[in-house]
Design a protein. Structure first.
Length: 740
């Protein structure tokens, strides 16, 4: 039965093959035009070159009863190829002259040779899937130097290259014809490569490279030479190296990039390294299940592009509203807000075209940037932000203002400058409520997302004032009668043009510092403000040469961060501890415990506020006030090193059970060491480490129940892009005897 089925299958294949020949011939007989098959199935015309090239697994191969033979005709000097089924010749013969045949035979022989070599390597070494087969190098010298005569190279990975053409056309009359049409090449490449090579038994090379990796320190490179047991040179290692030490006094490190050597002189071994360190060592203490961590923040490191006042009015009243903490005195209640940013995503679900004005809602002359075009109005309640408190929108042509194509040219003609007076955003993205937090009493927002320098921030908001029936509004909302694609008028808080002399620069809050902690506990929270610029080089928590009311007062008290005792009752001169008033982001206070942000109740704590402290002593005001911190960008202010002398220091605790958060991601494997009461713990026995998420889990619950102090040291790679340290050292070990 089996033979019968196999025989019939052969006949079916033969029939299919005959039909594939007869059908194209019949088509040719019906018309003189060339036949274009719908699907490009290769046609066997008897040419052996085409036949050899079409041996893909996608196409049916010849059945066993099909034979091909070559016959040389000495009379004509040609080689003729015949295709037969049994004695029946089902193809027209195909002839080649001697030159064509030699060329065909040479290519076929070369291809068959490499196929045989690959199959031979696969059968003998078992690594035939390698891109580069194992290479054998003869000679005793090579074997003596490298330990063997083989070179083994293993490559894995992929490379993707994308080419494209991007053409953009903008019907903007303010642009020239050449600017309205732009054509650019779009090029993107992605490489994922893993290489491992061995030269003999002594030299080893490893490489991991990925252009899509989130952290640059994930790309590893190592070149290593290992000597024999009796060689002086035991190890030479270059690239990503480590220097682990068994000592508890001087600890080594796992994340280094440089050169490491190990030499053996009898019973004495010398290990040395010269490199730079790609990580920062951190220590975390846990006592009774509470995580304790220290922080040090320079005064220059305020959190930028995250916190913004909605108007100059709210900035002007900020200090007044917080001068009697924990009571927040404000008659404002913001009940509706929309926040817009430049859309850098491909999601246009919550998007609208908007135009944002710098001076919208500003009712005082000193708050208005373009005071040549805009004047404060005399409307009732003009001190509160509103669309009617100045003349910005009085004489606007709303037909031109609503049009995406004409708004730029219209406003430019009217005397407004793009990037300073206004910003036009096409398909701006409206933030979800989870992407920002509103302080409805003090009139500022805190973004939960990163805002890039080239992104614009705009808002529209509505609020009421205690004792008034009027509803004040700044900007326009997307749910009002202005339909898409008409532009919405909004208030500009941040533009793509950075000008520190504009009033808009002051809308970005520069008095918020992030200690990079979450769920901070009030218990054992310590914060001190230190001044490092004393002549004796000793940092102090007060101004050493202050006089009058400021003499002997702590900087915490002078910055209005220490006016209460632990029961939040006012105390003259404070109690020396930070006033822990939670809810600063939403209500008003000094800290937001859930996100670890400290809010100063003064606008410019190290600038104009110090000048207020030394109002009667201008010489001391000039000495201590860091005015450039608030009048310039961070990069520019950093150049004034003689004024950058203030620092925030302290420690905090946050609740923690058996899981301890390291406040770091992608921790270097092997770099986490845990000890309890000074005794080292064993990984995977007493604790486990999730190096990706940066988390330690204590398995021995008796350690937590006993209240034993647990110390964790680790290496954090997050500072690699901004901070690299030179790491050099040597370790000498001498073995007296194996039992000593």
């Amino acid at each position: 039965m089996r033979k019968y089925i196999i025989k019939n299958i052969k006949h079916i294949f033969t029939l299919v093959l005959l039909l594939s020949v007869i059908m194209p011939l019949s088509l040719k007989a019906q018309t003189n035009d060339s036949v274009q098959l719908v699907y490009p199935i290769p046609y066997d015309d008897g040419n052996p070159t085409n036949y050899d090239n079409n041996k893909s697994g996608l196409f049916l191969q010849d059945p066993d009863n099909v034979t091909r033979e070559i016959i040389y005709d000495p009379a004509t000097g040609k080689y003729t190829f015949y295709s037969k089924i049994g004695d029946f010749m089902y193809k027209d013969p195909y002839s080649m002259d001697q030159k064509q045949y030699l060329d065909y035979y040479n290519k076929k022989s070369t291809k068959d040779y490499w196929k045989e070599r690959r199959e031979a390597v696969s059968s003998t070494s078992g690594n035939g899937n390698q891109l580069i087969p194992t290479i054998f190098v003869g000679g005793k010298a090579f074997d003596k130097i490298f330990g063997s005569n083989t070179i083994d190279i293993k490559l894995q990975g992929s490379a993707d290259v994308t080419f494209g053409l991007k053409h953009q056309r903008r019907n903007d009359p303010s642009l020239t014809i050449s600017q309205q049409r732009t054509t650019n090449f779009d090029f993107d490449e992605s490489i994922q490569l893993s290489a491992a090579a061995k030269i003999g038994e002594k030299i080893e090379f490893k490489l991991n490279y990925n252009t899509e990796t989130q952290f640059t320190f994930d790309n590893k490179f190592t070149l290593k030479y290992e000597g024999d047991e009796d060689d002086i040179i035991q190890l030479i290692e270059a690239g990503n190296v480590s220097m682990p030490l068994q000592s508890s006094l001087i600890t080594g490190t796992q994340s280094l990039f440089g050169l490491k050597t190990k030499l053996q002189f009898g019973k004495t071994s010398v290990t040395s390294v010269i490199s730079y360190q790609e990580s920062e060592t951190q220590n975390i203490s846990v006592s009774g299940g509470a995580l304790t961590n220290e922080y040090v923040i320079e005064c220059l490191d305020y959190e930028e592009n995250r916190h913004f006042f909605l108007s100059q009015y709210f900035r002007d009243n900020y200090e007044k509203a917080l001068e009697n903490l924990p009571l927040v005195t404000s008659d404002i209640n913001i009940n509706k807000i929309e926040v817009w940013i430049t859309n850098t995503t491909s999601n246009y679900e919550n998007s609208r075209n908007i135009v944002a004005f710098t001076d919208l809602g500003e009712g005082e002359a000193e708050w208005i940037y373009n005071n040549e075009k805009i004047q404060p109005s005399n409307a009732i309640g003009a001190k509160y932000p509103d669309n009617t408190v100045n003349t910005l929108l009085n004489n606007m042509d709303y037909n031109s203002l609503r049009s995406l194509n004409s708004v730029t040219s219209y406003l430019t003609t009217e005397g407004y400058t793009s990037g300073k007076d206004f910003e036009k955003l096409q398909k701006a993205r409206k933030l979800n409520p989870s992407e920002y937090v509103l302080n409805s009493k003090l009139g500022f927002i805190t973004l939960n997302i990163n805002l890039n320098a080239n992104q614009t921030l705009a808002v529209a908001y509505q609020y009421t004032v205690i004792g008034q029936d009027k509803v004040y509004q700044v900007g326009e909302f997307s749910d009002q009668s202005i339909t898409d694609p008409n532009l919405l008028v909004t208030k500009l808080l941040k533009s793509t043009t950075i000008d520190t002399k504009m009033p808009m620069w002051d809308l970005m809050m520069k008095n918020v510092y992030n200690i990079r902690a979450y769920q901070v506990s009030q218990n054992d929270f310590i914060m001190n403000i230190l001044y490092l610029g004393n002549s004796n080089g000793v940092s102090t928590g007060y101004f050493a040469d202050a006089k009058g009311d400021a003499k002997g007062q702590s900087l915490l008290h002078l910055m209005n961060l220490d006016n209460l005792n632990s029961q939040n009752n006012p105390v003259e001169g404070g109690d020396g501890l930070f006033d822990f008033i939670n809810g600063a982001t939403t209500n008003g206070g000094t800290i937001n415990a859930s996100t670890g942000r400290i809010y100063f109740p003064v606008l410019e704590p190290f600038g104009s506020h110090i000048r207020k402290i030394f109002e009667d002593e201008p010489a001391l005001a000039d000495k201590y006030a860091f005015d450039s911190l608030y009048s310039l960008t961070k990069t520019s202010a950093e150049q004034y090193t003689e004024k950058n002398k203030f620092r925030l220091e302290g420690h905090y605790t946050s609740s923690s059970g058996s899981e301890i958060n390291l406040n770091a991601l992608n921790v270097q494997p092997g770099s986490v060491n845990v000890s309890a009461g000074g005794v080292p713990l064993v990984e995977n026995v007493d604790y486990t480490v999730d190096y990706t998420l940066g988390r330690v889990t204590i398995l021995n619950e008796a350690l937590l129940n006993s209240g034993t102090n647990i110390n964790i040291s680790m290496e954090n790679n997050t500072a690699i892009s901004t901070m690299k340290k030179t790491f050099m050292g040597a370790r000498v070990e001498h073995e007296i005897n194996p039992d000593f």
